[in-house]
Design a protein around this ligand. Structure first.
Ligand SMILES: C[S@@+](CC[C@H](N)C(=O)[O-])C[C@H]1O[C@@H](n2cnc3c(N)ncnc32)[C@H](O)[C@@H]1O
Ligand SMILES: O=C(O)C(=O)C[C@]1(C(=O)O)C=C[C@@H](O)C=C1
Length: 243
């Protein structure tokens, strides 16, 4: 599949619009996310490994906010449980259409169903693995608790939720340092100061990060037995929540 290098914010824009997962972002997405999220590739590989361990026979695995299905493909190649299906959901038509083409070139006995819909409306059931890889941060804060309660209810005993998010920090020095180090990471990946600052503006009020303790408390309140960070690289972390 042909993907372009991300240069969406390389030229000055007068008033950058709010960030959207439209066709322009879709066309550069693999490059964009890899150069923007420290540790992205490691997280994707580990999601595959975790699915290999947690996927149960005759159950469903959900990839919610799947974009181009990187987590789905990683899971698909690690799951050995019988009669396990993956349901991959995204409300960006551009992402889902592109993902369908990627899927057509990927062979595996594990069936994948793609759905273009809002993940808050997705009927969740009989789940052994649920993945929210950098997706919850785009859901309005007031909807997050109910959404996570629904995920918890849909999970089978022994089920897992893998929740990856950009984090915020209560301590202002940590907040500043981690933000600056994330920007240093982006610069090391070839983004210019202009690209970094224009994307930052575009993401304001669109990507809403919270602290780890806020995520942990919400997960425990939703019913999960435990919720811990298994990976963190600057202000990007991935959490395992167990039922
Ligand atoms: C950062 S991307 C996720 C990356 C992807 N999970 C991966 O591992 O490559 C966030 C995705 O969530 C989707 N999204 C955001 N809000 C959504 C919603 N309410 N319903 C469905 N998808 C949503 C966006 O369209 C976008 O594709
Ligand atoms: O916070 C940033 O600067 C980002 O670019 C992060 C982020 C994300 O976490 O989803 C935002 C949008 C793109 O999907 C890729 C990465």
């Amino acid at each position: 599949m042909n993907f372009k290098k991300d240069s969406l914010y390389a030229h000055p824009v007068e008033s950058p619009e709010g960030f959207q997962f439209d066709s322009a972002v879709t066309a550069v997405f693999p490059d964009m996310i890899q150069r923007s999220v420290p540790g992205y590739r490691s997280i994707i590989s580990a999601i595959g490994l975790l699915a290999g361990r947690f996927a149960q026979a005759n159950s469903l695995c959900y990839d919610l906010g799947c974009s181009l299905g990187a987590a789905t493909l990683a899971m698909r190649h690690q799951i050995e449980a019988h009669d396990c299906r993956i349901i991959a959901v995204d409300n960006s038509e551009a992402m889902i259409e592109r993902f369908k083409k990627i899927l057509a070139n990927d062979t595996s006995p594990i069936e994948v169903e793609t759905r273009c819909e809002d993940i808050r409306d997705t009927r969740l059931e009989n789940a052994s693995v649920v993945v929210l890889n950098f997706t919850l941060q785009f859901i309005p804060i007031e909807d997050r608790s109910e959404f996570l309660r629904n995920i918890y209810q849909a999970l089978l005993p022994g089920g897992i939720l893998i929740l990856s998010e950009k984090l915020k920090f209560d301590d202002p020095r940590q907040q500043q340092l981690q933000t600056e180090m994330h920007h240093a990471f982006k610069k090391a990946q070839g983004y210019s100061d202009l690209e970094i600052s224009q994307k930052r503006t575009a993401l304001e009020n669109v990507l809403i990060p919270e602290t780890f303790s806020c995520h942990q408390q919400r997960l425990l309140k939703a019913g999960f037995n435990s919720a811990e960070v298994w990976f963190q690289y600057f202000n990007f972390a991935s959490i395992i929540a167990l039922k």
